[in-house]
Ligand binder design. Structure first.
Ligand code: HEC
Ligand code: HEC
Length: 192
C-alpha cells in the first residue's frame, strides 16, 4: 500500500481500496466526503448499477466505513463510549441480511417509492407483511415476520434512514398502537 494512504484508517478501509479504485481514482470517493449515511447508501447503490458486485457482508462493512469515516463528523476514537447506532447501522444489523441480496425479500435501501411512506415502512417492521409484492418489476410472494424486539427509537432511525422522512419514536409508537397483522399491512400498502 502507498506510504501516504489517502483514506482514514479504520475497519473496512481495505474494502474501499479493493472495490472503489478500479473504475475511477480514490479521489472520486474522497470528493464525496461529508455525505451522510443515506448519501453513501445512494452512492453504493449507483456504483452497483454501474456494475460493482458486492457481497452483502462486504457491502455492510463498506457502508459502515464510509458512514463513520467519511461523514460530516467522522467518529474519531471511541473514548466517549459507544455511540448510539445510526439508522444505517441498525439497518445493516437487522434488515440487510434479508433485504440486500436475499432472494425472497425485495431491496429497500435507495428505493425512491418508499420515501413518501415512512408509516408503511414502520408497520412492516412492527407487524410484518405478507402477500404478493411487486418491486422493480419483480414479484415477491413471501412473508416477513414482525421484529418486536426493536424499540421505538430503533424503528424511527431505520425508517429515517430508508425514507429520509422526519419520523421519531413517538410516530413509531403511534404506528405500534394500530396492532395490525401482516396481511393488513399488505392491504394498506400505499405503493403502486
Ligand atoms: C464498475 C465501476 C465502478 C466501481 C467499481 C466504482 N465506481 Fe464509483 N463511479 C463509477 C462511475 C461510472 C461513476 C460516474 C462517472 C464518474 O464520475 O467518474 C462513478 C462515480 C462515483 C462518485 C461520484 C459521483 C456520485 O455518485 O456521487 C463517487 C462518490 C463514487 N463513484 C464512489 C464509489 C465508491 C465508494 C466505490 C466503491 C464502493 C466505487 N465508486 C466503485 C463507477 C464505479
Ligand atoms: C428474516 C428476513 C427479513 C428481515 C430480517 C427483514 N425483512 Fe423485511 N421483508 C422480508 C420479506 C421476505 C419481505 C417480503 C414479504 C412479501 O413478499 O410479502 C419483506 C418485506 C418488507 C417490506 C415491504 C417492501 C415493499 O416493497 O412493500 C418492508 C418495508 C420491509 N420488509 C422492511 C424491513 C425492515 C426495515 C427490516 C429491518 C428492521 C426488515 N424488513 C427485516 C424479510 C425480512
Amino acid at each position: 500500500m502507498a506510504a501516504t494512504s489517502p483514506l482514514p484508517a479504520g475497519p473496512g478501509a481495505e474494502l474501499v481500496y479493493r472495490h472503489c479504485s478500479g473504475c475511477h481514482a480514490l479521489t472520486t470517493v474522497l470528493a464525496a466526503k461529508g455525505s451522510d449515511a443515506a448519501g453513501w447508501e445512494r452512492i453504493l447503490h449507483s456504483m452497483e448499477g454501474y456494475g460493482l458486485p458486492l457481497e452483502p457482508e462486504e457491502r455492510q462493512r463498506l457502508l459502515a466505513y464510509l458512514t463513520q469515516r467519511l461523514s460530516p463528523e467522522p467518529q474519531r476514537g471511541v473514548a466517549a463510549g459507544p455511540a448510539a447506532p445510526t439508522g444505517a447501522d441498525l439497518y445493516a444489523r437487522h434488515c440487510a441480511g434479508c433485504h440486500d441480496g436475499g432472494k425472497d425479500a425485495p431491496p429497500l435501501a435507495g428505493r425512491s417509492d418508499l420515501k413518501a411512506h415512512p408509516a408503511y415502512v414502520a408497520q412492516a417492521v412492527l407487524f410484518g407483511v405478507a402477500g404478493e409484492l411487486m418491486v422493480n418489476g419483480r414479484r415477491y410472494r413471501g412473508a416477513m415476520e414482525p421484529l418486536p424486539y426493536l424499540d421505538g427509537e430503533a424503528v424511527a432511525r431505520i425508517v429515517q434512514f430508508l425514507t429520509s422522512a422526519d419520523f421519531d419514536a413517538r410516530a413509531a409508537a403511534a404506528e405500534r398502537g394500530r396492532g395490525w397483522t401482516p396481511s393488513l399491512v399488505r392491504l394498506f400498502r400505499p405503493l403502486p
